[in-house]
Design a binder for this molecule. Structure first.
Ligand code: SF4
Length: 250
């Protein structure tokens, strides 16, 4: 396995995808046939009565029952119903709070209790994290950082059975899922440019948006933001406090 594991080819370069229907041959670099123990271990826990088993079967059942007929909004609700969710937590971005409010209303219509926590909860200014003021979207203003760990903590304490992400930023979503005790799934993925439809970048990458395949054409960061970062980096570190002189008596 080690030899294939180090191979630079992987599923993204596979043209046969034989793992799905098993009607062709596995490519030489495929790991599937080399890891029967790991395959069996995962099969066992999906078949078990653990939370992973319940999640795996609920997801597969929805696929089988409604394939291509439910929107993601409906799928998240069907998924929650199948799992017997009573309390559904919503971790929302401030920029998508209206969407989160309507989503909460729809979920409640399905008989499930909701609690929404916005990303700015706690209202901690970004400078308190060491972010230079000039790097804020609005320098000079109070600008709360996103606080996904606190969103998760509040929903954990409320006792949510399932958490749903609505538009959390790239990275903040990673923090939220690391701290969420309940399983977390996503309703809306934020994309500030593409109306929260990140896949559009891929659909247009071969023609209108082909600059994406050339790293040199990535837009430069905002000049003011770079200057703020440089200025912060040049600031001399605060001198460490001198240890108090030991008393002669001590
Ligand atoms: S056949 Fe093997 S390499 Fe191809 S997509 Fe499936 S698992 Fe990946």
């Amino acid at each position: 396995m080690a030899k294939k594991q180090n191979c630079s080819l992987s599923c993204s370069e596979c043209a046969v995808r034989n793992c799905y229907r098993k009607d062709k041959k596995f490519p030489a670099f495929c790991l599937t046939e080399e890891i029967p123990d790991a395959v069996e271990r995962t099969r066992k826990f999906y078949a078990s009565n653990t939370i992973d088993g319940k999640l795996a079967r609920a997801a597969a059942e929805i696929e089988g029952e409604y394939y291509g007929r439910l929107t993601r909004l409906e799928e998240t609700i069907r998924f929650a119903k199948k799992l017997g969710v009573k309390k559904l937590g919503i971790a929302s971005c401030i920029g998508l709070l209206d969407e989160a409010s309507l989503y909460a209303q729809i979920v409640r219509t399905a008989g499930i209790e909701t609690k929404t926590v916005i990303c700015k909860v706690g209202s901690v200014d970004k400078t308190q994290l060491g972010i230079p003021d000039g790097l804020k979207v609005c320098p000079g203003c109070n600008e709360a950082c996103c606080n996904p760990a606190l969103q998760a903590q509040i929903l954990n304490e409320w006792g949510s059975d399932l958490n749903v992400l609505v538009g959390l930023c790239v990275g903040h979503d990673a923090i939220f899922t690391r701290h969420s005790k309940a399983p977390a799934t996503t309703f809306i993925v934020k994309d500030r440019v593409l109306g929260h439809n990140p896949a559009a970048a891929i659909y247009t990458a071969k023609f209108y948006y082909k600059r994406i395949l050339d790293e040199k054409t990535f837009p430069e960061p905002r000049k003011e933001a770079v200057e703020a970062e440089l200025a912060a980096a040049k600031k001399p570190a605060k001198p460490a406090k001198k240890p108090a002189k030991k008393s002669a008596k001590a």
